[in-house]
Design a protein around this ligand. Structure first.
Ligand SMILES: [Zn+2]
Length: 203
């Protein structure tokens, strides 16, 4: 979780990258929130492929007209992210999630389920959040969808891991064949751990 590249995306799943929008998550001194304002959330959403540039522009204009509403969406986004973080962290630790977190998660699901649509794709049907409107919170349903998809895919859950870098706290979806990935990024936490090991040996 480099400080220089503010949009590091190493989670391999949209929901994981969303959760990783806090640098040094588990450190009290170094922790850095990426979503300082609504515009940051929109900017990240473009980068994550959730919003087009055009949609983003429209949302920012809308946010300028309605600052309290935009602030409210930002608050919701951060809350949704933190609930998702706690649920997936427990999965990474092979522990059951707290009931209150699951309840909170479900509140987001039911808030957005009005946007759920059945979509016909060639030879099958899928349920998908429709976010074609231009509501200030339109980036949230697809992110939530990504989390729901991962949660209901039983086998894939074993690939949800937390970076071993201390105090990184980032989560990722391990796509390596033998499920051997340990770090959010080899160039970042991986290298630091290697350097630490080397230093210990030298000593
Ligand atoms: Zn890390």
């Amino acid at each position: 979780m480099s400080e220089t590249n503010s949009y590091m995306m190493v989670g391999e799943r949209l929901c994981m990258d969303f959760i990783n929008t806090v640098s040094w998550r588990e450190s009290t001194e170094k922790r850095r929130e990426w979503f300082a304002g609504y515009a940051n959330l929109v900017d990240w959403s473009i980068h994550a492929g959730v919003l087009s540039g055009q949609q983003a522009k429209a949302l920012l204009l809308k946010a300028e007209e309605k600052p309290p509403e935009a602030g409210d969406v930002l608050k919701q986004a951060v809350e949704m992210r933190e609930v998702m973080y706690r649920v997936f962290k427990s999965i990474a630790e092979e522990a059951p999630p707290l009931e209150k977190d699951l309840d909170r998660f479900n509140e987001f699901v039911s808030r957005f389920d009005r946007k759920l649509q059945l979509i016909h794709e060639k030879d099958h049907y899928i349920m998908k959040f429709d976010y074609s409107g231009e509501n200030l919170d339109m980036m949230l349903p697809p992110i939530l969808q990504s989390a729901v998809d991962l949660l209901v895919s039983k086998n894939d859950l074993e690939r949800v891991k937390q970076c071993e870098g201390d105090p990184c706290g980032w989560l990722f979806f391990d796509t390596s064949r033998n499920r051997s990935r340990r770090w959010c990024s080899m160039a970042d936490c991986g290298n630091r751990a290697k350097a630490r090991r080397f230093y210990k040996k030298e000593k």
